[in-house]
Design a protein around this ligand. Structure first.
Ligand code: NAD
Length: 447
């Protein structure tokens, strides 16, 4: 049942959606928010982007990009005709019709959900909210966040939820640098807890995404997102554990996964690596474990997967030490060239990257480490603090040939593996990046 009061606000919202005259707002212009802004503008909606980081809003206003895989030309396109403006001034909130919240949801030091950014965002919105607006939480989080954390703060505006203010949850499924899917073609799950909010959310995202997937509640949409990430986390842990067994059995896990994935049904390929990275997979499952405790429930798969995946960087270091020892080089004299800091290929994102952990572990063991990543080069200290070892600005032949071993931690396309194998004394490959190299295979150790 939609009441009369929500009807008038809803009708005008729906009408504006239909004529694409809604002004949209995005809070948090990071890896998720900026691509979302790009999508909204490409669909003909004006966007006001909000971020507390003024260096980002200034860059956008100057037409500059701060995300490696989003070219400057795209920011400039969005800026033309002021389709996108960016600000840290939340008083502009009253000028937008929708607010998609894409702020970080990390873990705190005790590895518990840290919803500070979601709370602070909601508090910043409250003084400027007006009737007829739609607020959508996009950040990944545990089921219950929209209802238990966001709504009580938004209610302080005095607006009646579901009548004057519409609220929903729609998880972000951005996969940076994935060439096969764009934000628009990835189906968009969404949920709301009252009929008017549901209608507004379905109309708005229905006008933007190729396919929307409405579910019965905010909680169901929140749970769907964590299920997706837990599914990846658990399956990666499984294949990581099997990688260790394969090493002992002198089998190549990548060959085995590739063979298994030819089964046309019932098998989905996951690949091992040096450990989990990124903002999502290492973190989000623990949002659910934390929430499950409230229900006296222990999420054993999540804990076990976390244990296996957390151990992977240590296993890589053991493999490196064994290899260097076998060559008769004392670890504290060995010069190691590390390739790849980002947590996955072709991106500049080093958050939770296992490379950073591995660099520290290697330095602790006395290795003389230098490292290179063409996507994050120069930004590392600025973004992630000083790392041990020497950051290289370029990958010269001399550097490769001078190292006792080259350790590949990220399989960026920019790495010329043929050249690397040819020049290196030996290559320790954690990603099977050297799979297509047929000569000098004796130099390669899979780790
Ligand atoms: N990065 C991904 O690939 C990805 C994919 C799916 C879902 N997610 C989820 O999306 C959310 C955002 O992730 P992200 O990778 O874009 O993070 P990010 O750190 O790249 O961007 C978040 C932005 O929010 C801004 N911010 C922080 N607090 C704010 C506040 N109070 N008000 C306004 N702006 C604020 C930050 O300055 C930053 O620019 C997280 O919940 C994450 O789990 C991320």
């Amino acid at each position: 049942m939609i009441s009369e009061v929500s009807c008038s606000h809803l009708d005008s919202f729906l009408q504006k959606t239909e004529t694409r005259s809604l002004t949209t707002g995005i809070v948090g212009l990071g890896y998720v928010g900026l691509p979302l802004a790009r999508l909204f503008t490409s669909q003909g909606f004006k966007v006001v982007g909000f971020d507390i980081d003024e260096s980002k809003t200034r860059k956008i206003m100057r037409g500059e990009s701060y995300i490696g895989h989003i070219p400057e030309s795209e920011i400039q396109d969005m800026r033309s005709g002021d389709q996108l403006i960016a600000t840290s001034n939340f008083s502009c909130v009253s000028s937008v019709d929708t607010l998609s919240i894409c702020v970080p949801t990390p873990l705190d030091r005790a590895r518990q959900p840290d919803l500070t950014a979601v709370r602070k965002t909601a508090e910043s919105l409250v003084p400027h909210l007006r009737p007829g607006q739609l607020v959508i939480l996009e950040s990944t989080t545990y089921p219950g966040t929209t209802t238990e954390v966001l709504l009580p703060i938004l209610e302080q505006s005095g607006l009646k939820i579901g009548q004057e203010l519409f609220v929903g949850y729609s998880p972000e499924r951005e996969d940076p640098a994935n060439p096969h899917f764009t934000a628009r073609t990835i189906p968009k799950v969404l949920g709301a807890n009252d009929p008017a909010s549901r209608k507004a959310l379905e109309a708005f995202y229905g006008a933007i995404f190729d396919q929307i997937v409405p579910v019965s509640s905010c909680e169901a949409a929140e749970m769907a997102k964590v299920l997706e990430n837990i599914y990846r986390c658990v399956n990666i842990a499984l294949v990581n554990e099997l990688k260790l067994l394969c090493q002992r059995m002198n089998l190549n896990i990548w060959e085995i996964v590739d063979a298994a994935k030819t089964k046309p049904f019932g098998f989905q390929a996951f690949y091992p690596g040096p450990g989990l990275g990124g903002h999502c997979i290492p973190i989000d499952p623990f949002y659910l474990s934390w929430k499950a405790r409230e229900y006296d429930f222990s999420t054993r798969f999540i804990e076990l997967a976390g244990e296996v995946n957390t151990n992977m960087p240590y296993e890589v270091v053991i493999r490196v030490v064994d290899h260097i020892n076998a060559r008769g080089i004392p670890a504290n004299k060995a010069r190691l060239l590390v390739l790849g800091l980002a947590y996955k290929k072709n991106v500049d994102d080093c958050r939770e990257s296992p490379s950073i952990k591995i660099l520290k572990l290697l330095a602790d063991r006395g290795f003389v480490v230098s490292y290179f990543d063409p996507h994050v080069n120069g930004y590392v200290s600025h973004r992630y603090g000083r790392l041990p070892g020497t950051e290289l600005r370029e990958l010269s032949d001399d550097v490769i040939a001078g190292a006792d071993a080259t350790l590949i931690l990220t399989d960026h396309d920019a790495f010329d593996c043929e050249r690397i194998v040819q020049l290196s004394k030996s290559v320790i490959d954690t990603r099977n990046a050297t799979r297509s190299i047929t000569s000098q295979r004796e130099k390669i150790v899979l780790a």
